[in-house]
Each structure stands twice: as structure tokens, then as C-alpha cells.
Write a protein that binds this ligand. Structure first.
Ligand code: ZN
Length: 568
């Protein structure tokens, strides 16, 4: 049957060539060597599956961190993953806004906010007129915490995840667990019906928790972990440079104006002593590399206690490291703190890989590693180096839009909300005054375009009625959900961010926010690299094909075919 299909494909390719059919209408180009496939022996077709898939997301990791810190990494972590695995070196987010919620949803659903509906971390809900958080769900309460940080579920994600499809494919025999310091970093990857999803409440609690959406009580192993004293031990140890000071020459000087100190401290310099910080003490776990260490500790305990990877039914652990994002926001990419955070993460990854080798078996598990978005350089630092950049403050623009709408169409509350650089307009009022929505949007975009710091502004109608083929507008387009997004989208200029003076942020459609690592490693993965542009929505269909399950139901990406065509 398979050969027959290949023969048909070959005939079709030949005849298409002869009859001048327009090839541009066909889907992405087929693999260059169709006769070579990963399925060498028929008996391997279904039987030779990884026992465990570990999907690692590193929050805010730019691809260049892999290059910049390479010489300072030890053997066995990033060097092992890239040195033995398959690197997609031109891997991008192909939608904006590039935020954590949409990022994690897109990795695991194989599609973009236009389809899975997680359009941001927080957004204005047009149906209720209120702001919503991507995983907030008041119908459920915390388990292991009394705080509101426990009232969570994945109900706003409209499509299935890799994890959902794995569970469906095995009649729920596969175990799926989501782990992340951030609730959204755990809940969205774990899908709608996992074995468990755990996140970390800092403040004065310092515990891993879940919600009643998943379980009525924490498993005993989670309770035991929470009482092991590790969180306090880590915070008490402060934060020192992991390696000799000379190693940090890829980063700027420790004492620089582009960083913010920890709450209650005056200087953002090593060594950090947290003895005096008592308020929200365990938030320091999240805000330092200790968060990555504790996440690996917890992940290893989950694998052991839940028996993940023990039998031949493939399990999935979705592990997202959040501390890299907190450190990035506070100190920005060029800082020593970011460098140290990655050197320590490298050691934690080595620890995880060594553990997987000994517990699951070397070559018996599959890892994919990526990030949920990148991050911009600090604009103050860029300006100092004569590179165009800036701090985007929309208030002047909002006032001018308001004034224009009131003077043109009469007094009224024309704008319901402006979030994620989108205008949510009062469509009832526009209808009531018998105005043309497209014309109102055009007038707004004209005002926006006059602002310094704006790259472009477009009406959502443009995005829903035209197909934008070029970057960066096609990136914006894939971030727009037909029902959930606002009516006008503003895109800040390249290098401009909505942030305070120190640290950084992300969210744009530009390469510093979209270009992230994608590494595959382990069972079935050849060593190699591609420079072809791959996108976030290619990850889930790639893994789906590797482990022989159906693609998530909203998938719009394609498998990274080079992995299947290269044979060692
Ligand atoms: Zn993030």
C-alpha cells in the first residue's frame, strides 16, 4: 500500500510537470527524497515508540543564547541536545502577540491564536465586557493552596493538544503531566484531560499546587515534595555566579543602569543575599535560577512517583521553565544574570538527562525543546549603541483617537478597551449611530500611524478579508481570532517595547521575539540541522508523526520533514 502511494505520487509529480498545472497552489513542498523514510523495517512502524516524550519549554529563550553561551556550557546539557539531536536553526513564532499563554498553547496545539483562541495572557472578553486571564476559571478552586492562583483550567483553549491526542489515542492509558512554575505554562501544554497539571505558588507558600478541575486532593508524592524544605533551602542560599567571573565576558558589566534590583534591595549585582526578604519570599524561587532547579527536582519526582515511561505506552511530560522569563524581564538579555540563569539551567538539563538515562534508558525517550517566545534587547542599551529603539507609551495615541472619535462622530464611549495593542470598539454604539465600522477603523488607524513608535496600524477587517503573505503582517494575521480579537491592531516599531526603563519584554512580530530554538533529541531523531524556516505550529505535527498519533484537531502546521528523511 505504501509503495503504491509512492508510485502514485511519482506519477502525479511527473504528469503535473508536463501539464503546466500551477504548482504554487499545492501545499508546502514534499520531502526532496521521498524514497528514503524513517520507517525502514515494517515491524518498527508502530512498535518502536519512545516510552516517554518530554516537551521542554524555556520561557523567553532566544535562539542566540545557545550560541552565545555555548563555550561556557558543560557537557551533557545543551551541548548534548544540540550535539546529538536535530536543530531547527531558523525556527520562529509565526504569529503575534508573542506572549507566554499563546506560546505554550501554540507549541502543543500545532496552530496559532487564530484557531486555538489563546490570543494573549489577558484579554478583553467581548461577550462579558471584562478582562479575562487565559487559564483563569472561577468554577474551580485551588488544591494545595487557598489563594486565587489555584482557580484555573484550560477551558479557553479551543482545540486539542498533543497531550490530548496522546491520551485519546491510548484510550487514556498514556500518562500526561504538565509542570511549570507558571500556571499557564503547565495547564495549556497538559491539555484538557491530563493525568495532572502542577504549578508553583510563591508568595509565602512555596508549594506545587493544582486545581479542582484536575483533582480533589494532591497526590501523596506532591504533598511529600512540598514538605521537603527545598524551596526554603534554595532561597536561603541566595544567588551567586555559578562560574568564575571571567566566564561572563559575553555579558555587560554587573552594575549597569538597565537592570532592576529585587524588591526591597538597592542594587542589582552579585552576590544576591535574600536573608532580609520575608514578604512574598518564595516568589524569589520563580525570580531566580532556583526555579529551574526546583522544577527539575519536581519533574523527576513526578516521573518516579507516577511511573512515567515504565511501560511501552508512550507518556508525555510537559515541562516549562519559567525562571528564565522572570530573570529576562528583570535584567534583559545582555545581563550577567541572564547568562548565569542559562549556565545553571544547563546544569539542571544535564541532571534531567542523566536521570532519564538511568530511569527510562538512554535512547528510549524523546525530547523536544523550544521556547514560548524570545525577548527584545533593552531599548536604553540599544540607544546607547546608536541602534534605533524606544519605549512605546500608547497613552498619547489613545487620547488623540478618543478626541478624533468624539469630534467626528459625537460624544460617546467609543472605545471599550485597549489591550495587547488592540482597540476593542463599542460596536453597539457604532451600529446605533449607523456608522460604517470599516470607515471608523480607518480613521483610527490614520491617527495611530502619526505616532512615533508605531510601525503600522490595521483594521482587523483587513486581516479577516485579505491574505497577507509577507512578514511581518502575516505574523500579525495569525494572531487574530475572528471572534476574540479587537477591531484595530497597532504594531509598535521594531525595537520599541511597552516596558519600564529597566529589563525587557516581548510580544512583537519581529525576529528578536519570534526566533527561538527548536531541538529534537532521543528516540528516532537523527543528528542534523536545518536552516529552513520552521514555525511553532510545526512542532505538534512533527511529534504526532514521530509517535504515530493523530495531529491536534486544529493543526495548521506541518512536520519538520528533514527529521524523517535523514537516516544515519
Ligand atoms: Zn513566556
Amino acid at each position: 500500500m505504501k509503495r503504491f502511494l509512492f508510485a502514485l505520487t511519482a506519477i502525479c509529480l511527473v504528469s503535473c510537470g508536463q501539464s503546466d498545472v500551477i504548482v504554487s497552489e499545492t501545499p508546502p513542498p514534499p520531502p526532496p527524497k521521498v524514497e528514503v523514510t524513517r520507517v525502514a523495517a515494517p515491524n518498527d512502524f508502530m512498535d518502536n515508540q519512545p516510552k516517554l516524550v518530554v516537551g521542554i519549554t524555556i520561557d523567553q529563550m532566544r535562539l542566540d543564547y545557545l550560541y552565545r553561551f555555548w563555550n561556557d556550557f558543560d557537557e551533557g546539557g545543551f551541548k548534548r541536545l544540540a550535539g546529538e539531536g536535530f536543530l531547527c536553526g531558523n525556527h520562529h513564532y509565526d504569529y503575534a502577540p508573542t506572549y507566554t499563554g499563546p506560546g505554550h498553547a501554540s507549541i502543543f496545539t500545532g496552530t496559532t491564536p487564530a484557531v486555538h483562541g489563546i490570543i494573549s495572557n489577558d484579554w478583553f472578553d467581548k461577550t462579558t465586557g471584562e478582562m479575562v486571564y487565559c487559564v483563569k476559571d472561577e468554577r474551580y478552586s485551588g488544591v494545595g493552596t487557598a489563594s486565587k492562583g489555584g482557580s484555573m483550567s484550560p477551558h479557553r483553549m479551543l482545540t486539542t493538544t498533543l497531550s490530548d491526542e496522546l491520551r485519546l489515542s491510548s484510550n487514556y492509558a498514556s500518562k500526561v503531566i504538565g509542570i511549570s512554575m507558571k500556571d499557564r505554562g503547565s495547564i495549556l501544554p497538559a491539555g484538557h484531560n491530563p493525568t495532572g497539571a502542577y504549578w508553583f505558588i510563591g508568595k509565602d507558600e512555596g508549594n506545587w499546587v493544582t486545581s479542582t478541575y484536575y483533582a480533589d486532593a494532591l497526590p501523596q508524592w506532591v504533598n511529600d515534595f512540598n514538605s521537603n524544605g527545598l524551596a526554603e533551602q534554595y532561597v536561603s542560599s541566595g544567588w551567586q555566579l555559578y562560574k568564575d567571573e571571567a566566564v561572563y565576558n559575553e555579558s555587560m558589566v554587573d552594575n549597569n543602569p538597565y537592570e532592576a534590583p529585587f524588591k526591597g534591595q538597592f542594587k542589582a549585582t552579585f552576590p544576591y543575599d535574600f536573608t532580609d526578604i520575608t514578604e512574598d519570599r518564595y516568589d524569589l524561587i520563580k525570580a531566580t535560577p532556583h526555579g529551574s532547579t526546583l522544577s527539575v527536582d519536581f519533574a523527576m519526582e513526578a516521573i518516579k512517583a507516577e511511573g512515567m515511561g515504565e511501560d511501552d505506552i508512550t507518556d508525555l511530560l510537559a515541562l516549562s521553565f519559567s525562571s528564565t522569563d522572570y530573570v529576562g524581564h528583570q535584567f534583559a538579555p545582555a545581563s550577567r544574570e541572564v547568562q548565569d540563569c542559562y549556565l545553571r539551567l544547563d546544569a539542571d538539563l544535564k541532571r534531567l538527562l542523566d536521570f532519564l538515562d538511568s530511569s527510562i534508558g538512554e535512547g528510549e525517550y524523546l525530547i523536544f525543546l523550544t521556547a514560548d517566545h524570545g525577548g527584545a534587547q533593552n531599548p536604553g542599551y540599544m540607544k546607547k549603541k546608536n541602534i534605533p529603539a524606544g519605549y512605546w507609551k500608547p497613552q498619547v495615541m489613545l487620547d488623540e483617537v478618543d478626541a478624533m472619535l468624539n469630534s467626528t462622530y459625537g460624544t460617546g464611549a467609543w472605545v471599550h478597551n485597549y489591550t495587547n495593542d488592540q482597540f476593542f470598539l463599542n460596536k453597539e454604539l457604532i451600529e446605533e449611530r449607523k456608522l460604517d465600522l470599516v470607515e471608523v477603523c480607518e480613521k483610527i488607524t490614520t491617527v495611530c500611524m502619526k505616532q512615533e513608535g508605531v510601525y503600522t496600524a490595521l483594521s482587523t477587517v483587513d486581516f479577516l478579508t485579505s491574505d497577507f503573505e509577507e512578514l511581518p503582517l502575516n505574523t500579525i494575521q495569525r494572531g487574530i481570532h475572528p471572534k476574540r480579537s479587537g477591531e484595530v491592531v497597532v504594531v509598535p516599531a521594531v525595537g520599541w517595547i511597552s516596558n519600564g526603563y529597566t529589563g525587557t519584554t516581548h510580544g512583537s512580530p519581529f525576529s528578536y521575539d519570534t526566533h527561538v530554538p527548536l531541538l529534537f533529541f532521543g528516540k528516532g531523531i537523527p543528528h542534523g540541522e536545518t536552516a529552513r524556516r520552521t514555525t511553532v505550529r510545526d512542532i505538534a505535527p512533527t511529534v504526532s508523526q514521530l509517535i504515530r498519533i493523530t495531529q491536534p484537531n486544529g493543526t495548521t502546521g506541518n512536520p519538520v520533514y528533514e527529521i524523517f528523511n535523514s537516516q544515519e
